[in-house]
Design a protein around this ligand. Sequence first.
Ligand SMILES: [Zn+2]
Length: 245
Amino acid sequence: MAVVFAGTTLKRRRVGMVADFCPICRRARECDLLRVGVAAHLYWISFGEGRLAGYEARCPECRVRWPIEHDMDPDRWCEQDGARARRSREGRERVQRFEAGRLTAEEREAMLEEPFLVLEPMVKEQGKYRQLNRTGTVAGLVTLGIGAVFLWGLKGGWGDRAPEPLAAALGIVWLAALFVTAWVVFGPLRWYRKEVVEPALVRALRPLEPTREELEALLRGFRLRGKLVAKLVTPARLHALLEAA
Ligand SMILES: [Zn+2]
């Protein structure tokens, strides 16, 4: 059994609440405070919360996360620190100017760009699994091959010496490994686009009513800057979702 699919994975645990300004809902709110840990995994199964990598805030409504200062005193988690207070104030002021129709062209552009930039690290994290694509496919094929050998053994190919219960157990492990591999290789990004990325973009962009041309220019710019999120959504689809919302 030479195929061991292992590495590190990020593990999140909700450890409290934190007041922050959600850049997607564009409102100040009580967010979940998440501890982010780096843990070793074997076939994406890992134990423990991992080595501390930082903290994140997660909006309870849109479920989008963003990194926040992590060297905080646990007793002061619910209080606003300087950076978050400033972000909240600036965010609220910008929304007020938007509602009063007093946004400058630069401010409007910044508001259009912001949700993509907030989503980029989340998409990148999902994309990391995607980069395992080739490795995953090879591992899947090798796993399939090993499974075939054991199935052959189960059918009596090893004669009297074949331990059937063991072969059956290994067959089950093989099937499970295959499903996990298939999900990791083919599942997350498409699911992620539909369930997380597009709803968040629609929520943040709808009030601004961007034209299709604006979305095209925006996504072209992001693609040139190598942003993964721009590879995931197309201007046409995004515009259609905004129209339908
Ligand atoms: Zn939100």
